[in-house]
Ligand binder design. Sequence first.
Ligand SMILES: Cc1cc2nc3c(=O)[nH]c(=O)nc-3n(C[C@H](O)[C@H](O)[C@H](O)COP(=O)(O)O)c2cc1C
Length: 329
Amino acid sequence: MKLGTLNLKNRYILAPMLNVTTAPYRRFCRKFQKIGLVSVPMLYTKKIEKNPKSIEKDLFKIEDEHPLSIQVIGSNPEALKKTIDILESYKFDVLDLNAGCPSKRAIKAKEGGYLMKNLEKLNLLINIAIKYSSKPISLKIRTGFEKPVNIEELTRIINNSEIEFLIVHARTVLSKFNEGTLDLDTVKSLKDRLSIPVVGNGDIINPISAKHFIDYTNVDAFMIGRESIGNPEIFNYIHEYLVNNKLLSLRNNQETVEKNIKIYENLIDEFLDGISHPLGNYHIKFVELKRNAIWLTKNIKNSKTIRHHLSIAKDLKQLKEILRKYFNS
Ligand SMILES: Cc1cc2nc3c(=O)[nH]c(=O)nc-3n(C[C@H](O)[C@H](O)[C@H](O)COP(=O)(O)O)c2cc1C
């Protein structure tokens, strides 16, 4: 499918998630699932302006990942310009502007989700990105700050810009991740009025919720974040339902978990092979394997005990011993 000038294998997109969608995680999801696009989580333009080298650890070996989006967050036009300039030396496919992050840090810095109540600033940042970046630009927003955004104003800004696609997390900034706050009506209104493709996001947790989101809003593609964590089959299951009308049940068992952890470990090794990661190869392997082993062992027999043991592993040796004890490998 096409999202602007971007050619994707399909319309399923992995959401950017700070401290989750790392390089090995993105590779894992891509290898394992039907997935069209993955994203490097938000990079802070202010931080990059001060210390350009700080992004090296986040962008290690990204030339192997394709298609790939890089997301930036910031409100300072100069810092954005400088960041774009630095990013020009990296190989990636789309630059995504974050106008949705609800964190205290972002709101205090008047960036991310704060931009939903400062559309003038948002417009300025969009124009800078369009002017200075050689890559296609996408925008990730929420449906508003406290209440739904001024749709007329936002659609005017977007339709007058050269943004190639819009990603909407279907809740307001102040709704954070609260249950029962999904606002599909605003997503639908945006989709109806915009001339560019819209990607829907928020609480897609299974084939039924994916179908409901698409049917209700008519979005062109969708993005999944939290449900991908420890659930590497989610996109495939949704695809089976949307395309082949097959509703399979997602069930974790000892065998699938063991297989997935092994795949994850191999991917970490493959990623680290021949490089010296700025954070240290041992550290990366330990943190990645531990975190993902804990995520992957949800919903199996003895899950609570296994995950507790994994969580207290102090080094790779201990972690491997625990995995061998429960999984014979
Ligand atoms: C741990 C975590 C980190 C996140 N980091 C980012 C980020 O860096 N950039 C961003 O645009 N959204 C970020 N998000 C939001 C997700 O991209 C997504 O919009 C949100 O989780 C809703 O989708 P979901 O219901 O499928 O999880 C993050 C979410 C989580 C849970």
